[in-house]
Design a protein around this ligand. Structure first.
Ligand SMILES: NC(=O)c1ccc[n+]([C@@H]2O[C@H](COP(=O)([O-])OP(=O)(O)OC[C@H]3O[C@@H](n4cnc5c(N)ncnc54)[C@H](OP(=O)(O)O)[C@@H]3O)[C@@H](O)[C@H]2O)c1
Length: 372
């Protein structure tokens, strides 16, 4: 079979924040698959902020992408050809497929089967995917919000932030978002039920700090830090005694060529006097518990306790645009790129187990506890 594979090539490392000239869209004939390999048609690509970190020539928890390679990206895919006995044609899987229409692999473990009885395919890149489980474990293991506490979330409109907020609300907390603009602040209160929301763009650290004080009159018990940088410096003076800080992302500094050179006010005095606990979070540490989190998130969605939104562009040629939309904060929901439809005529129906787990009579809480 002669297939033309269109892909987004990573041409060069950005000097600062990524610019459109770091990418070019190209195409190449696919080679035949070898013994043990399988070919996947990519269905959805996920545009994640962590891709910026992969562009830097710096050690990170994720593998870096090198100039000349296909740009990295996670996605949902469908197997269309297989010379691997563990992988069947038609299966819908997810993994690091990269920004391209087709992916060849021999590693069945790197592309996990998804169960569409638990949630729809796009949710596996959002609310029940890496973003959902990141919010779930960072909240459960580090932030540990308690009823009546104030939970402040930077990048509050992001997929991770919006799910973290809803989890805090399920724990009866007061939730406050920091987002780029006043329009977005009004929107996140409506979309995600935040009690208050403030904007950061164009404000000095002192101005933002004043706004945080007004939005959090009883101080901050939990700071869910998606940004780092100036935003986190503005948060610093408002911790209550015993506050917890989950350091989840570095959106505000990830464009620096060397993030170690980020400077700011020292916080030892605040950490000491307020007995603040701050811990970095990387989802890779929770791999063994992920199944339980996925079931819990899927159950909350089914019960109407958790909402999610998606913003989908169509076609591989629009993947660079989708990437920059996400970085500019223009996305309205999890930013995805759709490349193809799932071919249901070859899709083996594996949804039964998922539907059963979510059914009313199934002891799903027991299973969630056991698995997570
Ligand atoms: N540690 C882990 O294991 C892990 C796993 C997954 C995700 N994460 C992190 O979680 C965070 C959210 O990820 P996501 O996938 O949910 O994001 P997302 O839905 O794609 O949202 C990205 C949002 O980030 C904001 N943003 C972009 N550039 C910014 C900047 N320079 N300063 C401040 N805000 C900026 C924008 O909102 P505004 O318009 O409001 O600025 C944008 O809408 C990221 O930091 C990501 O790296 C961490």
């Amino acid at each position: 079979m002669s297939i033309n594979n269109r892909f987004v090539k990573f041409d060069k490392r950005p000097a600062g924040a990524p610019t459109p000239d770091v990418f070019s869209v190209q195409s190449q004939k696919l080679r035949a698959i070898k013994d043990g390999e399988f070919l996947m048609r990519n269905i959805y690509l996920s545009m994640d902020p962590a891709l910026v970190g992969r562009m830097r020539d710096e050690d990170n928890y994720a593998e870096k992408v090198n100039p000349g390679e296909v740009m990295h990206a996670y996605g949902v895919c469908q197997v269309v050809e297989s010379n691997n006995p563990k992988v069947k044609v038609g299966e819908v899987r997810m993994g690091r497929v990269d920004m391209q229409q087709y992916t060849i692999s021999s590693d069945d473990d790197a592309f996990k089967k998804i169960n569409q009885g638990l949630a729809k395919a796009t949710h596996f890149l959002g609310a029940v995917g890496l973003t959902g489980v990141t919010a779930y474990f960072a909240m459960r293991e580090i932030a540990q919000p308690k009823a009546g506490e104030t939970v402040l979330i930077s990048a509050g409109a992001s997929s991770v932030g919006s799910i973290a907020a809803q989890i805090a609300q399920l724990n009866n907390c007061r939730t406050v978002a920091i987002v780029s603009t006043d329009e977005k602040a009004a929107q996140v209160k409506q979309d995600w039920g935040y009690d208050a929301a403030i904007s950061y763009r164009g404000k000095s650290i002192e101005q933002l700090s004043q706004d945080i004080k007004k939005a959090c009159p009883k101080g901050i018990d939990v700071y869910f830090d998606n940004t780092s940088g100036d935003i986190s410096e503005a948060v610093m003076d408002h911790y209550n005694v015993g506050a917890r800080v989950a350091v989840v992302g570095r959106l505000a500094i990830s464009h620096l060529t060397d993030t170690r050179l980020d400077t700011g006010r020292r916080d030892s005095n605040i950490m000491l006097t307020k007995r603040v606990k701050r811990q970095g979070f990387v989802i890779l540490d929770y791999q063994k518990k992920i199944k339980g989190a996925i079931i819990q998130l899927a159950l909350w969605i089914k019960q109407g306790k958790l909402k999610s939104k998606e913003d989908i562009l169509i076609g591989i040629e629009n993947a660079p645009d989708a990437f920059f939309r996400m970085l500019d904060g223009k996305n309205n929901g999890k930013q995805l790129v759709k490349l193809a439809d799932i071919d249901d005529s070859i899709n083996p129906d594996s949804s039964f187990a998922g539907r059963m787990i979510l059914s009313k009579w199934f002891p799903s809480n027991f299973l969630i506890k056991k698995l997570s």
